[in-house]
Structures are given as C-alpha cells and as structure tokens.
Write a protein that binds this ligand. Structure first.
Ligand SMILES: *[C@@H]1O[C@H](CO)[C@@H](O)[C@H](O)[C@H]1NC(C)=O
Ligand SMILES: *[C@@H]1O[C@H](CO)[C@@H](O)[C@H](O)[C@H]1NC(C)=O
Ligand SMILES: *[C@@H]1O[C@H](CO)[C@@H](O)[C@H](O)[C@H]1NC(C)=O
Ligand SMILES: *[C@@H]1O[C@H](CO)[C@@H](O)[C@H](O)[C@H]1NC(C)=O
Ligand SMILES: *[C@@H]1O[C@H](CO)[C@@H](O)[C@H](O)[C@H]1NC(C)=O
Ligand SMILES: *[C@@H]1O[C@H](CO)[C@@H](O)[C@H](O)[C@H]1NC(C)=O
Ligand SMILES: *[C@@H]1O[C@H](CO)[C@@H](O)[C@H](O)[C@H]1NC(C)=O
Length: 455
C-alpha cells in the first residue's frame, strides 16, 4: 500500500513538474538558479571532493543540468507570480550505480554554506562522506531548516558533534537519520520540537545519558531506533505514548530496570528489539501477548529470567524471536510451535531450558534458523529428516548432552536414542483449531508413519 502511494506521489510530482515546465516555457524564459546559489553549490561540491573540476564538468545552469544528487524545484511568489528556482535536495556520497551521488574524498569537510545558502532545502543526505579528516557541524542558527524534511547522515565516522548542536526547530522534518557517525551527547529536550517527524534513527553513534521524555511528544513517530549507543537508565514510561510506532529498537545500550508496561499501548508495533541491555530479572513481558502486529521480538542478552510464558495465541504473524542469553528456565512451550506457524527464525540458545523440544516445531513450514544450543534439553529430537535437511546448518543443537536422535538423523552428531520411537497414544483434547490440519493431527500422522516403518 505504501509503495503504491509512493509511486502515485512520484507520478503526481513528475506531472506537476512537467506541467510547470510547459507553462513556464510557454509564458516566459525558464528561470535559472541565481548565480549566488549556483556558486554555493560549486563550493559545497568542492568541499566534498576538490579533485573533481565541478565548474568545468557542469558549466551550465545547475538546475537544468545538475550532477546527480543536486535537485531543484520551482517556487511561485504568491503576490508577484514571479517564478524562481532553488536547490531543494543535496545528496553526497556514492551509494551505487543507481544512486551515483558525488563521491566524497577522505578529507571532505562540512561547508557552512550548507547551512546558510539554501533557504529551500528539503533534503540533506551524506553517505560515507566524512571518513578521514574530522568534520564538525558548524553552529546551526535557529532560523535554519524550516523547510527541511529529511536530514540523513549514514556511515560518517569522522562527522563529530554534540547532538544538541544538530537538532533545531525543524518543524517540517519527517526523517532524522543519523546512523554510524561520531555524534555524542544526550538527546536534547528540543527533540520535542520535531512535531512532524516520523522516523528518528540515531543508531551506532556515541550517544549517552537517559532518554528525554520529550520524545513522547512526537505523536507521528513510526520508527525509533537508538540502537548501539551508550544510553542508560530506565526506558521512560512515556515511550508508550508513541502509539504510531511500527519499529522500536533500543538494542545494545545500557538500559536497565523493568521494561515498561506502557509499551503495551504500542498496538501497531511490528518490530521490537530490546536485546543486549541490562533489563532486570522481571521475566519475559506478558504484554507481548497483546501486540497483534508483532513480526519480530528480540530480548536476547538481558537476564530477564523465568519461564517462556504462554503468550503466543494471538501472535501468529511473528517471524523472528531472539530469546538467547536470558537466563530462561523451564520447558519450551509447545504453544509456540502451535501458534507461530509463520516463524522463520528462533533463537533460544544459552539459557537453562530443559525438557523436550516440542514436536510442533517439526511442522513449522517456514523455519530457516533454529538455535537451541547450550541449554539442558533432553529426549528424542522430534524432527524429520526432511525438516532437518531443509534447515541444514542453521539447526543448532550442541551443548544439550541429553538430547538424542534416531539413526536417520545420525549426521547431526548427537547421541543415539536408546529406546525406539514408539508413540504413546495421542488424545485429541479440544480440537480448537479452525485450520484444516491441526498440529496434533499432523503429529499423529507422523507417528503412524514411523510406527509402520518400525513394525
Ligand atoms: C584533499 O586532499 C587532496 C590531496 O590528497 C588535496 O588536493 C585537496 O585539496 C584536499 N581537499 C580538501 C577539501 O581539503
Ligand atoms: C523575479 O525574481 C528574480 C529573482 O529574485 C528577480 O531578479 C526578478 O527581478 C524578479 N522579477 C520580477 C518581475 O519581479
Ligand atoms: C518553531 O518554529 C515554529 C514555526 O516555524 C514556531 O511557531 C515555534 O514558535 C518555534 N519554536 C521554537 C521553540 O523556536
Ligand atoms: C504519556 O505517558 C505518561 C506515562 O505513561 C502518561 O502519564 C501521560 O498522560 C501520557 N501523556 C500523553 C500526552 O498521552
Ligand atoms: C502467515 O503468512 C502468510 C503468507 O505470508 C500470511 O498470508 C498469513 O496472514 C500469515 N499468518 C498470520 C497469522 O499472520
Ligand atoms: C538438566 O535437566 C535435568 C532433568 O532433565 C535435571 O535433573 C538437571 O538438574 C538439569 N541440569 C542442570 C544443570 O540444570
Ligand atoms: C522428503 O524429501 C524427499 C526428497 O526431497 C521427498 O521425495 C519426500 O516426499 C519428502 N517427504 C516428506 C514427508 O515431505
């Protein structure tokens, strides 16, 4: 749906631009970029890469014949009807042959002209531009950026500065993506001024401190990714006010305390990653059971402890579960295999789980990876040779000394089961599934097959 909308929007924009161009060429000379703005573009380009002779390669009006990465748009003065043209997007750093933005040199610098010369800028994008010589964010005046919609810095380790020096009153901003840079400090309260922001991604920087409660003012936020920084303290309850969130990634920080119950308000959430923090021994949060859109949930590397709860009934859309290194005890609930029919990735390694591997796991059609290593699982592995072959190397079981396999699975290098696989009678208890084949029926079929082979 989103893709169709985006395409439609592009078409609309394209035709709007075409009709603007036609009207302009009929009525008057097509406006050209002012010489001051054109000169600023050249100077910014050479601050990025002075080895390229930009003025020689692009001598004409830069809005008519721009290098890739420079985009202009037309503006009509409402009173004089005077049409002017201005730079609206600047993207630097060669991404791919399909996005060949101006390539950056190891000593590129952040030109102050970027802040002062482009009053109509909507998008500023830097990809792997500041990698050698340190580039500092210049002082950003509070007047800058009222038209800015996207601010994106990806993979610029030498782009160094305090986050509070970058966040301004960008009331039109929709995307703030600062990932893999040298940005430090804490999240300023001014982040609450980004009233239209839909994505905040600050992953892989050197940010720290507690998370500002002002974040919860951002009612349109769909993506919040603070992963791989040095944030600490409790996750504020008010994060639960961000009810539009689709993705919440707080992984690889130092968050502690209890995972707030208020996250249960995030009814649209599809991706939740809280792994590798220091959340305390409060068990797997039960509110997960009430997040019907959930596709991935990662809690690995927090010593939450307790048993894996029975919360899976309404989570049939889950594709990935990361519950490793959590101090989990007890048995793996069969209900996971019953309800999570679309599961692709399951990681339960390095816990203290015991008992059998649920038979129901053997009927998960879409599984690509199951890691149960280093637990205390026991009994016969309930997987068919086909299932085992399909998952291949990504079925990981070592470190469970009491787990055994039949002859047909001897390649798994687990010990051989002593007793033959004679099924106990399986009773149908309340056939609760509306599906054509209930899992217990499948189990029964499977057992009969083996039984016949053995006889
Ligand atoms: C980058 O370094 C090259 C030499 O390696 C030099 O010619 C060029 O002027 C420098 N560019 C900037 C923007 O400092
Ligand atoms: C239109 O705007 C341009 C650039 O600001 C200016 O040079 C020109 O004089 C204006 N024309 C009219 C008719 O106002
Ligand atoms: C931010 O900008 C908006 C409009 O551009 C203005 O109404 C508001 O007062 C500004 N807020 C701050 C804190 O400067
Ligand atoms: C935000 O969340 C807090 C804590 O959960 C709550 O007390 C507050 O009323 C919420 N504010 C809004 C505006 O929803
Ligand atoms: C499982 O995946 C199929 C195919 O992608 C999808 O149609 C179905 O809705 C999914 N099941 C649930 C419970 O989300
Ligand atoms: C492993 O599980 C068995 C029961 O299957 C139990 O007797 C034993 O104490 C467990 N070992 C550890 C280290 O938890
Ligand atoms: C197992 O795989 C073999 C070969 O890939 C196939 O012929 C057979 O039908 C499969 N058996 C089941 C029960 O899916």
């Amino acid at each position: 749906m989103n893709i169709t909308m985006a395409v439609d929007l592009k078409l609309v924009l394209f035709f709007t631009l075409m009709s603007t161009l036609v009207t302009i060429s009929l009525q008057q000379e097509q406006p050209v970029l002012s010489s001051a703005e054109q000169d600023s573009v050249y100077r910014v380009l050479s601050s990025i890469n002075s080895a390229i002779p930009w003025r020689t390669l692009f001598p004409d009006d830069l809005c008519s014949y721009p290098p890739h990465g420079v985009v202009c748009d037309y503006f009509t003065d409402p009173t004089t009807k005077n049409v002017t043209v201005h730079v609206t997007e600047l993207s630097f750093g060669y991404v791919s042959d399909f996005t060949p933005n101006p390539p950056c040199s190891p000593n590129s610098t952040f030109s102050p002209l970027l802040i002062t010369s482009f009053k109509h800028l909507r998008k500023l994008f830097f990809y792997q531009c500041f990698t050698g010589t340190q580039a500092f964010v210049p002082e950003i005046p509070t007047t800058f950026g009222s038209s800015l919609e996207e601010l994106v810095f990806i993979g610029n380790p030498a782009f160094v500065g305090h986050l509070s020096g970058i966040i301004r009153n960008f009331t039109s901003l929709r995307r703030l993506v600062l990932t893999g840079n040298g940005i430090y400090g804490s999240i300023p309260d001014a982040i609450g001024d980004l009233v239209n922001v839909e994505e905040i991604t600050l992953s892989r920087n050197k940010l720290s401190g507690k998370v500002s409660v002002s974040l919860s003012k951002l009612k349109k936020l769909k993506v919040l990714d603070l992963s791989s920084n040095g944030f600490n303290g409790n996750v504020p309850c008010s994060v639960g006010n961000l009810t539009e969130l689709l993705k919440l990634d707080l992984s690889s920080n130092g968050f502690s305390g209890k995972i707030p119950e208020s996250l249960s308000n995030l009814q649209a959430l599809e991706f939740l990653d809280l792994s590798f923090n220091r959340f305390g021994n409060f068990g797997v949060p039960l509110f997960l059971s009430g997040m019907p859109r959930l596709k991935e949930v990662h809690l690995s590397g927090n010593l939450l402890g307790g048993e894996i709860p029975e919360i899976w009934e309404n989570l049939g859309g889950v594709l990935g579960i990361g519950f490793s290194n959590m101090g989990l005890v007890g048995e793996i609930p069969a209900s996971m295999g019953v309800h999570l029919r679309n599961m692709s990735y399951l990681s339960l390694e390095n816990n203290k789980l015991q008992g059998k591997v649920p038979k129901e796991f053997g009927f998960l059609e879409f599984v690509n990876e199951i890691n149960l290593e280093n637990n205390n699982l026991s009994g016969r592995l309930p997987f068919s040779a086909n299932f085992t072959a399909r998952v291949g190397e990504k079925l990981r079981l070592k470190g469970n000394p009491e787990l055994c396999v039949d002859e047909k699975l001897s390649f798994l290098k687990l010990k051989k089961c002593i007793k033959p696989d004679i099924p106990k009678p399986v009773l149908f208890v309340g056939a609760s599934h509306s599906g054509i084949l209930s899992p217990s029926f499948l189990v029964l079929l499977h057992f009969w097959g083996l039984f016949i082979v053995l006889v």
